[in-house]
Design a binder for this molecule. Structure first.
Ligand SMILES: Cc1ncc(COP(=O)(O)O)c(C=O)c1O
Length: 395
């Protein structure tokens, strides 16, 4: 089989060798239940706590006791938003979020609306950024929580997290951020950024799937969502996923270690690719903010080309890209939130309602300018064929 070029690191990433190595003993001989009290189980407990410490350090949390392990980003978002909403409903029932959150946040908010909570969904501008003025003017007496994602999973826009944190603090409202895409790609400091709750996921940071964590600042009232044992200080019942937790801790520790070098390299490749694409292919639009975006994210619309068809053609050539988040691809309606396509195609709606952006997310796979040129060449050839077929219907 010819080489596969994987450009969908926002959907998932491959486990790093060092992470796998750290995990393997916990799939075999190290099988103890971390809640048991004999020595072989205490070893597992120690490894779980080590991972907790690594994660707390990576985000500059005050204490490892502020890290709770979950089954992934979706559960972390649910626990953060519902947990705060249920525990604080006596103070108020209003939540603020944005229209471009991941379904893990949007659908959690929708579920809360059905239970009598009120949710304000902030707009985003053509770059995917929320307005801080709109955020501040949306806060009212009954507001208990602001939940705004760190970085978007489709167009990569990074929100003004520090400023959102300041507004939350000024108004005495809790601030949760879904940092599933930001973790391992951006510098995160929960103290400096005034973040009260932060969601993360293993499989987006070259760790395993089915494991995640939630940072909850000390003192925040959070109601548990599932009944059962007293694991995770009573906030998340169920025997810990030791092998997953060990992998998550290692992956986050490694990501933190070379963050700057890694993101600088991605930005260099991204900029080179954009220049090359613009030089060789006409009528392209780069969606999202030019600089305030994830280092490895490029979201491009090619005028007159239906992104889903382009995806299929590129797949045939061994190039993996996507049009939307993996959680939206099985939907009949392309996307549940008004993100790149609707927001960004405001300028190009006359061209094609279905002209979604093509999401490229680069990561740790080996990449050189020669590789980039080879890909650009394949994309160019595909676009050319696609345009010559579609020209009639486009006009
Ligand atoms: C921004 C964001 N939040 C939450 C999730 C859900 O994370 P998980 O797949 O770990 O449940 C994802 C996954 O795509 C995501 O991109």
């Amino acid at each position: 089989m010819s080489r596969i070029y994987y450009f969908d690191h926002a959907a998932t990433t491959k486990i790093r060798g060092e992470v796998l190595e750290e995990m393997l003993p916990f799939l075999a001989e190290n099988f103890g239940n971390p809640s048991a009290s004999y020595s072989i189980a205490r070893r597992e407990r120690r490894k779980v706590d080590e991972a907790r410490t690594k994660i707390a350090k990576a985000i500059n949390a005050e204490s490892s006791k502020e890290i709770y392990f979950t089954s992934g980003g979706t559960e972390s978002d649910n626990l953060a938003i519902k947990g705060v909403a249920y525990a604080n409903s006596h103070k108020g029932k209003h939540i603020i979020t944005s229209k471009i959150e991941h379904p893990a946040v949007l659908n959690t908010c929708k579920a809360l609306e059905k239970q009598g909570f009120e949710v304000s969904y902030l707009n985003v501008d053509e770059n995917g950024l929320i307005s801080l003025e709109e955020l501040e003017s949306s806060i009212k007496e009954s507001t208990i929580l602001i939940s705004i994602m760190f970085a978007n999973n489709e167009i990569g826009t990074i929100q003004p997290i520090r400023e959102i944190g300041e507004i939350s603090k000024r108004h005495n409202v809790y601030f949760h951020t879904d940092a599933v895409q930001g973790m391992g790609n951006c510098k995160i400091d929960v103290k400096e950024m005034n973040i009260d709750l932060l969601s993360m996921s293993g499989h987006k940071v070259y760790g395993p799937k089915g494991v995640g964590a939630l940072y909850v600042k000390k003192g925040i009232e959070l109601q548990r969502l599932q009944d059962g044992g007293n694991q995770e200080k009573g906030k998340r019942a169920g025997t810990e996923n030791v092998v997953g937790i060990v992998g998550l801790g290692k992956a986050i520790e490694l990501a933190k270690a070379d963050l700057e070098e890694y993101t600088n390299r991605l930005v260099m490749h991204r900029e080179y690719f954009i220049v090359e694409i613009k030089k060789h292919i006409s009528k392209v639009k780069i969606n999202g903010h030019r600089t305030k975006r994830l280092a490895g994210n490029i979201n491009i619309s090619f005028e007159g080309v239906v992104a889903e068809e382009l995806l299929y053609e590129l797949d045939e050539k061994g190039i993996c890209v996507s049009t939307a988040s993996a959680c939206s691809t099985r939907r009949k309606i392309p996307i549940p939130c008004p993100i790149s396509h609707r927001t960004f195609n405001r300028t190009s709606q006359k061209h094609n309602q279905n002209n979604h952006g093509t999401r490229n997310n680069w990561g740790r796979s080996r990449l050189s300018n020669t590789g980039i040129n080879r890909n650009r060449g394949k994309i160019k050839a595909t676009i050319k064929t696609s345009r010559s077929i579609k020209l009639a219907s486009f006009i």
